[in-house]
Design a binder for this molecule. Structure first.
Ligand SMILES: Cc1cc2nc3c(=O)[nH]c(=O)nc-3n(C[C@H](O)[C@H](O)[C@H](O)COP(=O)(O)O)c2cc1C
Length: 176
């Protein structure tokens, strides 16, 4: 598959078939995500990976809206986070208006790599922003110095999903 094929094959999947995802596959995803650039190569992104059926059931209750139903049958939930106030900071003070936002930026970049690698491996994913960070922190003992970002569900799709339309280039680009 070309990079273009991979990007088009990746879709947010909201119905999973209950098959497992191996530890080796999950390590491959994270290793690939580590190839993303990060601010001063600080690599502050972290991954808390749940695969046991009992803990998956508990972790799914920390998701909001209809996300618990959408994640039935996933093989893993990856709670992504980053060590806060490190990137974009010098001696604890923000370098510019981005502040802790640069940590979000680095985590998003890494997570994009992870999603694309998953698509290449024929694993399906759903990025989940509607979740309770505090419930996940308590359940998984995530340290207080980490800002919790998206949860990424990983598994195998029941059926293909439609590609939601993208905006026209003229709406998002200014050539100067
Ligand atoms: C930061 C972020 C948070 C998201 N949160 C949710 C969510 O809580 N539940 C959900 O079903 N989809 C969620 N999505 C998935 C988006 O709805 C989806 O990416 C978008 O509709 C485009 O579809 P596609 O991923 O198939 O291209 C989220 C995506 C991102 C990037």
């Amino acid at each position: 598959m070309t990079l273009n094929d991979i990007a088009l094959h990746r879709r947010s999947i909201r119905k999973y078939n209950g098959t497992s995802v191996s530890r080796e596959e999950l390590e491959t995803l994270v290793r690939f995500a580590q190839e993303a650039p990060s601010w001063k190569n600080q690599q502050t992104s972290r991954y808390h990976i749940v695969t046991s059926p009992a803990l998956l059931a508990q972790a799914r209750t920390c998701l909001g809206g209809s996300n618990p139903q959408k994640t039935e049958g996933v093989g893993a939930l990856i709670v992504t986070s980053f060590k806060h106030n490190i990137v974009g900071h010098t001696h604890g003070e923000p370098d510019n208006e981005g502040g802790n936002g640069w940590g979000w930026y680095d985590l998003g970049l890494q997570n994009a790599y992870l999603l694309l690698k998953a698509a290449e491996m024929d694993l399906d994913t759903l990025v989940i922003g509607i979740r309770s960070a505090e419930q996940l922190r308590s359940l998984l003992a995530i340290p207080e110095d980490e800002t919790i970002g998206a949860v990424i569900a990983v598994g195998h799709r029941v059926e293909d999903a439609q590609r939601p339309p993208r905006k026209e280039l003229s709406e998002i680009v200014q050539f100067i």
